[in-house]
Write a protein that binds this ligand. Structure first.
Ligand code: ADP
Length: 158
């Protein structure tokens, strides 16, 4: 049984994330979307809200589970019995950080491998940060995020 973790902040989940979730869930038996509760950052959405939205957008994917976590990714992998970590690569700018993270994680836990999916072309420009920026100025983000995220961002703005 191959279990993988797709970790991230998902603040909020975008169509780019959803594309990686769909594609990677077909490669493994079980995909855990690990929602990072990073106490050092102030997210727009609480970890509970992020988990709920991810649950909603993946409800038709039976082998996808949404689980929040704190602390080291390798500890979360050990706890859940996952041997693979999935990350998305958008552009060369992602590469340096991702390389460093995957090599550090591999040193700490040699049994866990990081696998990178390159983003689908139509989402390569998309990030949670730009979505939040556009939304903050009242721009239309309906082509970037699923409807449930759109509704929740509208609620936050009011
Ligand atoms: P983090 O804070 O860990 O970067 P994110 O929620 O921003 O978390 O991203 C989680 C993962 O999803 C990362 O591997 C990131 O590269 C990937 N990702 C983000 N946006 C996209 C996108 N538009 N297409 C493909 N992968 C993406």
């Amino acid at each position: 049984m191959l279990r993988a973790i797709y970790p991230g902040s998902f603040d909020p989940v975008t169509y780019g994330h959803l594309d990686v979730i769909k594609r990677s869930s077909k490669l493994v038996d079980e995909l855990i979307v690990g929602v990072l509760n990073n106490k050092a950052k102030t997210p727009l959405f609480s970890v509970e809200e992020r988990v709920k939205m991810l649950g909603e957008v993946t409800k038709d994917m039976p082998n996808v589970k949404i689980i929040p976590f704190e602390g080291l990714l390798v500890d979360f992998a050990r706890k859940t019995g996952a041997r693979m970590v999935i990350r998305g690569l958008r552009a060369i700018t992602d590469f340096e950080y991702e390389l460093q993270m995957s090599q550090t994680n591999h040193k700490m836990e040699p049994d866990v491998e990081t696998v990178f999916l390159t983003t689908s072309l139509e989402y390569s420009y998309l990030s949670s940060t730009t979505v939040k920026e556009v939304a903050a100025f009242g721009g239309d983000i309906s082509q970037f995020v699923p409807p449930v995220v759109l509704e929740n961002i509208e609620k936050k703005r009011k």
